[in-house]
Design a protein around this ligand. Structure first.
Ligand code: VAH
Length: 319
């Protein structure tokens, strides 16, 4: 049985759908600290879980005979900078509860890391799996801590810790929650509603990005990979890297009138400028056969199609 924490964020519901297809609806339990929307509540098991409440988590793992735990609870980049104390509690204390629980119950534990786990002194183009990591956000610092703690407990006690560094994830029907790469989701909604978009990053800010379907498939394939194939416990995964101007140009192939203005926001521009521009994911490709399927042009077609469908369903005009 799989338990997903932070299940109502950008990634949990889609990952649960993919896992439920393979393992059965009742074997994948989604959890969060807020009430789920009706469609999520009616699509499979959902429970309350607060990663700061160890006893609550332990009861869930024991009562449901959990064997895999996917730990999605975290405050992401810009949101974390606005509430460092809460980010440290959730991202570090919450992580330690999950690590202890995984050790105590021999769980296979997946904890995502991020392009945000690198900093200005890391190689940026590309960033390899192993290099200097001195991130400048509480999000990045907590994710490097997660990587180090997970790998330490793996080597010392055999914890089956698995970690993928995700790029910015682009999804049509779930909202991202971090604030730095999220422009690349909002631009599609604005292109189809008003035809104009104000970008909080400079036009030339290059960041690694990935379609959400590639992200979910990578996570499931990695969780299913035989342990003996894994030369690392933490891997970069890549799909594409683009700038706001490049994704705007690709959208203009479908919506020629899209107007983009650039109004860089100091906090988020500083974060983006400290992150890798491209990822080297050759170890993931070699060790467990990772391959992305979505290119930028395919991502744009899929995003525009999905959002058009959403707007039509809710009776909104589509430009
Ligand atoms: C953010 N979308 O911008 C998230 C993600 C790698 C980026 O963590 O913070």
């Amino acid at each position: 049985r799989v338990l997903i924490t932070g299940g109502l964020g950008q990634l949990g519901v889609g990952l649960a759908q993919l896992l439920r297809k393979q393992y059965g609806t009742d074997n994948v339990i989604l959890s969060d600290i807020k009430k789920p929307p009706a469609d999520v509540f009616n699509s499979g098991p959902f429970v309350y879980a607060d990663v700061l409440d160890y006893k609550n988590l332990r009861e869930l793992v024991v009562n449901n005979r959990i064997t895999w735990l996917v730990h999605y609870s975290a405050l992401l980049s810009a949101v974390g900078e606005a509430n460092v104390a809460l980010a440290r509690k959730i991202n570090i204390t919450g992580l330690h509860n999950v690590l202890d629980l995984a050790l105590e119950n021999c769980l296979r534990l997946f904890v995502p890391s991020t392009i945000g786990a690198f900093g200005p002194s890391s190689p940026r183009d590309p960033a390899p799996d192993l290099c200097v990591q001195r991130p400048r956000t509480i999000y990045g610092v907590s994710k490097v801590h997660g990587e180090l703690m997970g790998e330490y407990l793996h080597h010392k006690y055999g914890l089956d810790f698995r970690c993928l560094r995700y790029p910015g994830i682009i999804s049509a029907d779930t909202q991202p929650g971090g604030g730095t790469t999220d422009y690349a989701v909002q631009i599609f909604h604005d292109a189809l509603s008003s035809g104009q978009f104000e970008c909080y990053l400079r036009a030339d800010t290059r960041l690694p990005m990935m379609h959400i379907d590639d992200c979910h498939r990578a996570t499931v394939e990695f969780m299913q990979a035989p342990d003996c194939q894994l030369s690392l416990r933490t891997y970069n995964i890549a799909a594409m890297s683009f700038t706001p101007e490049e994704v705007a140009e690709e959208i203009r192939k479908h919506l020629p009138n899209l107007r983009v203005t650039y109004n860089p926001d100091f906090v988020r521009q500083t974060i983006a400028d400290s992150w890798p521009m491209r990822f080297d994911d050759s170890n993931a490709q070699r060790d467990w056969g990772w391959r992305s399927l979505y290119s930028l042009s395919e991502l744009v077609v899929d995003m525009l199609g999905s959002i058009r469908e959403q707007r039509t369903k809710s009776g909104l005009p589509v430009s």
